[in-house]
Ligand binder design. Structure first.
Ligand code: PRP
Length: 179
């Protein structure tokens, strides 16, 4: 464990099990359908690459980059689309893949945005859910684990672009972001 991390919340093994469980549910629900996975860059990239391989259904992979946090620890609530998906989703089943739903500001906006393009369905799969912080009514159709209101990093989650590479998820020492 690196020094900036106070304690590990989810080991690599635990994350792997959570991903397996989510993939099993998704495979059952989408079998025989034409699924488009949408990776929300950058935080969900590690989760996304594990998930799509574990689901193992024929599918299309698309990427969006949206940002609301800047370099702080608190959502600004202002959503910027930096990169949009590159295909027509009309009539298709879309599954948005996120690392974490916090205030819900990002997905509230993005789900509506994608629904405006006439897909057959838009659902949400998130590795972590922080319902205690919710400001917008966002419901995750597939949720790996509920987390308390603490600042977590690793397995894609960052603070100021750091720690994404960690294979585990841990609680960041408050002195790292308060200094
Ligand atoms: C993080 C995370 C979600 C969003 C969740 O992204 O990946 O997209 O914040 O927060 P919310 O529910 O309060 O909107 P961020 O904007 O930090 O970009 P990143 O994925 O590049 O880390």
């Amino acid at each position: 464990m690196i020094g900036d991390v106070e304690r590990i919340l989810y080991t690599e093994e635990q994350i792997n099990i959570i991903c397996d469980e989510l993939a099993d549910k998704i495979r059952r629900d989408y079998s025989g359908r034409e699924l488009i996975f949408v990776c929300m860059l950058k935080g969900s990239v590690l989760f996304f690459s594990d998930l799509v391989r574990k689901v193992g259904l024929p599918c299309r992979l698309e990427f969006m980059e949206v940002s609301s946090y800047g370099s702080g620890t608190v959502s600004t609530g202002k959503i910027n689309i930096r990169k949009d998906i590159g295909c027509d989703i009309a009539g298709k089943d879309v599954l948005i893949v996120e690392d974490i739903v916090d205030t819900g500001n990002t997905l509230f906006y993005i789900k509506e945005y994608l629904e405006g393009r006439s897909p057959a369905s838009v659902k949400i799969c998130t590795l972590f859910d922080k319902p205690v912080r919710r400001q917008k009514p966002v419901y995750a159709d597939y949720s790996g684990s509920v987390v308390d209101d603490q600042f977590i990093v690793g397995f894609g989650l960052d603070y100021d672009e750091r720690y994404r590479y960690l294979p585990y998820v841990g609680v960041l020492r408050p002195e790292v972001y308060s200094s």
